[in-house]
Ligand binder design. Structure first.
Ligand code: ADP
Ligand code: MG
Length: 413
């Protein structure tokens, strides 16, 4: 069963709604689309489809991390069936992917979805096929174009493909495409679409390049993560600690020192908290740097490579700024603030315990956060143990076990 979480942003505030999507009926799709899905033999949406379709239909940008074989083509294909206006003769959706084989596969699947939509036209453009044939298809005013970057740019240059009225741009297998050196081409394609185009990215991994493109072209993108079947949960011991206000800083440093940690990430919900905390840690002589939305791209890259290379020990960040950081051996994650969204809790703690290394996560809470924490635990299927300092100033769990021992136990389970 998959849950869909829709997040609405108002400045720095966000409101979160959760709904279970288990059938295509819940998605209120057009009759023609439902008939096509039936004909294709699809009984229920896959998790990535359940999560992506409503969010895309609401017009949000999406960045979806999902392994192959999870049904990504229909995840973006179905919303296109719903949003494209057949009476408009311009290209309204462009799907860019790295290879001709993928182009053909995607076009095939979309044509099946369009089985009962004679009013929609699709063009498939890739290198190696005669231009003349593609010109004939383009003259028929396709609504949807599936293309490799090079051939699409070729047509844009000739004036045979115009993206000035594109509503949705999809980058499929974005990590592969950008790794293959298409980043400039992708930028030129996205630059040719209107500034408010919905940008949807699918990727098996969130690489640095993927993150850069997301940063540049997406606005408040909804992040979707789908785990591969059988992918094991990372080894993360999770703890909560009663602490609030400025006391959190000292408690955090005490934990860092007691456990002798040298590579930690600290998450705060607001840019201002990130700034204040990192200033305070800096003044206390700690090796620290920070990331938040107001930090320019060039500096962001410097901070990230510095962290990756171990140039400093504590990285303080907001959720959005930390998106996609690919550092494998973060020893511990601190939730200085409880995340606003349940999904973020998973994203945050997922920075540690990677590559089969053991990791740990600490969340600072107040007694008022009981219900919020219960919600997070339920949503994420997580267990958390309470820790506190004993009279001798050592970290112990509720039953008086030293933290170091509790760590071993939690991870072995
Ligand atoms: P991905 O792009 O994630 O690798 P595809 O979109 O190519 O995955 O889909 C993988 C396979 O699953 C395809 O054969 C597709 O037809 C099938 N498929 C997609 N959605 C569903 C569904 N809801 N139910 C059953 N099969 C599906
Ligand atoms: Mg695919």
């Amino acid at each position: 069963m998959s849950k869909i979480q829709i997040v609405y942003h108002f400045g720095e505030e966000s409101v979160c709604m959760t709904e279970e999507i288990t059938s295509f009926e819940q998605l209120s799709l057009r009759e023609e689309t439902r008939k096509a899905l039936k004909k294709m033999g699809f009984a229920a949406p896959t998790p990535v489809q359940a999560q992506t379709i409503p969010v895309m239909m609401d017009g949000y940008d999406v960045i979806a991390k999902a392994p192959t074989g999870t049904g990504k083509t229909c995840a973006f294909g179905i919303p296109l069936m719903e949003t494209i206006r057949p009476d408009c003769a311009d290209i309204q959706a462009v799907i860019v992917c790295p290879t001709r084989e993928l182009c053909i596969q995607i076009a095939d699947e979309l044509r099946q979805l369009m089985a009962f939509r004679p009013d929609l036209r699709l063009a498939c453009l890739y290198g190696g096929q005669p231009i003349a044939k593609q010109l004939t298809v383009l003259k028929k005013n396709p609504h949807i174009v599936v293309a490799t970057p090079g051939r699409l740019l070729d047509h844009m240059g000739r004036g045979t493909a115009w993206l000035g009225n594109v509503y949705t741009a999809v980058l499929d297998e974005a990590d592969e495409m950008l790794k293959m050196g298409f980043i400039k081409d992708v930028r030129r394609i996205l630059n040719a679409t209107p500034g408010d185009t919905q940008v949807v990215m699918f990727s098996a991994t969130i690489s640095r390049e993927v993150m850069d493109v997301a940063w540049e072209y997406q606005h408040d993108a909804v992040e979707i993560t789908v785990q591969a079947q059988g992918e094991s949960r990372p080894l993360i011991a999770q703890f909560e600690m009663l602490s609030s206000g400025d006391r959190r800083t000292q408690d955090m440093l005490a934990i860092i020192d007691e456990l002798d940690l040298h590579r930690v990430m600290v998450f705060c919900n607001r840019k201002n908290t990130v700034r204040r905390l990192s200033d305070r840690l800096h003044k206390q002589g700690r090796s620290v740097d920070c990331l938040h939305g107001d930090i320019p791209q060039s500096q962001r890259n410097r901070v990230m490579s510095g962290y990756r290379e171990g140039a400093f020990e504590i990285l303080v960040a907001t959720d959005v700024a930390a998106r996609g950081i690919d550092v494998d051996d973060v020893e511990a994650v601190f939730n200085y603030d409880i995340p606003d969204e349940n999904e973020y809790y998973l994203h945050r703690i997922g920075r540690t315990g990677r590559a089969r290394r053991k990791g740990m996560a600490f969340t600072f809470i107040t007694p008022d956060d009981r219900f919020r924490m219960r919600d997070i635990k339920k949503y994420t299927h997580s267990e958390m143990e309470a820790v506190a300092f004993n009279d001798a100033g050592h970290l112990v769990t509720e039953n008086g076990l030293p933290l170091t021992e509790a760590l071993e136990l939690q991870i072995e389970e």
